[in-house]
Design a protein around this ligand. Structure first.
Ligand SMILES: Cc1cc2nc3c(=O)[nH]c(=O)nc-3n(C[C@H](O)[C@H](O)[C@H](O)COP(=O)(O)OP(=O)(O)OC[C@H]3O[C@@H](n4cnc5c(N)ncnc54)[C@H](O)[C@@H]3O)c2cc1C
Ligand code: SF4
Length: 340
């Protein structure tokens, strides 16, 4: 498959990026690792006048630690580096596990955390070649007037499936977004619109530059589990991250949260502190699961029925919770001391 024609821009710094975004408003596609963007170009899902590469901005590739702020990631930090870092693995485990489960080692070498956060929603009818799509009437996401997933549906139901986002949500991460007149910091969960057609709230003059992930309180553990059909090169049918903070002795649950993707166009953050406070073992009853998952309302998508997805959501929430609990209990004494 060939690429469409475009002009290539490779600015040397962030100011030049913002100036170009303002000058060629709406005509630029930002390229990080390109692992999603290039497929979109080849499928003619995007035909930008300009492709702006972010690869010459070394400041965006950082992965650094700050005692107060926690983990600071440049948007161009490669998923390979993120998943291999021992401090990220031990302290922000769900994030490292999410990064490690994206695609394959080859893809993770190029793919970036910023590209993952800004990933488009996906659909079996949309993420196809132009020729394949031409055999179906044009759907909402391609500016048509119908949806092939939900017949008679009045919106796009494409799925949000970025593996690092559940972990970032439960870790209370914030995104730094820059434009020519300034910058803003927003919680990850506030970045997503819920619309299948335009899943995030980034304007065409903005660029994601950093992700800040605060330290967790002592006696905390996190985990990410992914429901997929094959072991590699597979987007999540469901992805669930869990965070648990136990009391000082590691016996009772004090605080907990879950992040879920793969069920709809919007990643879902469930803060469960009130529901799970005081729990003395990592076992979620049917009633608790029912309550936690009341907003998970999948539709039949990509060959998976809604009822299977609902059942799998219960299993994966339980599994992620047990893993996070185990990790919180086994947290090394030196880390607890260092962090308290
Ligand atoms: C075979 C295959 C399998 C895959 N499997 C998975 C999977 O299992 N899980 C998963 O999560 N993903 C998967 N992906 C998708 C993709 O590889 C990853 O999500 C990756 O992290 C995207 O990062 P990137 O740097 O390559 O993004 P790019 O392709 O460069 O960009 C993706 C989007 O984000 C925008 N963007 C990138 N950086 C910025 C920025 N700093 N500011 C603003 N906008 C930005 C781009 O304009 C584009 O719209 C797969 C891709 C392939 C090809
Ligand atoms: S969910 Fe429906 S509208 Fe959205 S991309 Fe798929 S077919 Fe198109």
């Amino acid at each position: 498959m060939s690429l469409p024609e475009f002009n290539y821009l490779s600015p040397p710094d962030l100011k030049a990026v913002c100036d170009l975004l303002r000058e060629f408003k709406g005509q630029i596609a930002l390229c990080a690792g390109g692992t999603e963007l290039v497929m979109h170009l080849k499928h003619r899902l995007k035909s930008p006048g300009y492709l702006l590469s972010l690869k010459n901005l070394p400041d965006l590739k950082t992965l650094r630690f700050d005692p107060e702020a926690g983990l600071i990631l440049g948007a161009m930090c490669a998923l390979k580096d993120l998943s291999a870092d021992t401090r990220v693995k031990s302290r922000w485990t769900a994030l490292a596990q999410g990064a490690e489960q994206v695609a394959s080692p080859q893809v993770r070498n190029r793919a970036t955390i910023g590209g993952n956060v800004c990933l488009d929603t996906r659909c079996w009818y949309y993420n196809r070649s132009k020729q394949w799509r031409s055999t179906f009437p044009v759907c909402f996401k391609a500016r048509g007037d119908q949806c092939h997933v939900v017949k008679g549906g009045r919106q796009c139901y494409a799925l949000f499936q970025a593996d690092t986002v559940p972990g970032l949500m439960i870790l209370k991460a914030k995104l730094k977004i820059v434009h020519s007149d300034g910058e803003r910091m927003i919680p990850v969960e506030a970045f997503y619109s819920g619309l299948g057609e335009t899943p995030n709230l980034l304007s065409d003059q903005e660029v994601l530059t950093e992700i800040h992930v605060p330290p967790l309180p002592p006696r905390s553990g996190t985990s990410y589990v992914k429901y997929k059909q094959r072991s590699v090169l597979e987007f999540p049918l469901l992805g669930v991250a869990s965070r648990v903070t136990l009391d000082g002795e590691g016996k009772y649950c004090r605080e907990a949260g879950f992040g879920i993707i793969g069920h709809s166009s919007k990643p879902l953050l469930i803060e469960a502190g009130e529901t799970l406070n005081g729990l003395d073992e990592p076992v979620l009853t049917d009633d608790i699961l029912e309550h936690l998952l009341r907003e998970v309302k999948p539709v039949k998508h990509m060959g998976v029925t809604a009822s299977l997805k609902r059942r799998m959501a219960r299993v994966f929430v339980q599994n992620a919770f047990s893993e996070a609990w185990k990790q919180a209990r086994s947290q090394r004494a030196d880390i607890i001391q260092e962090e308290s």
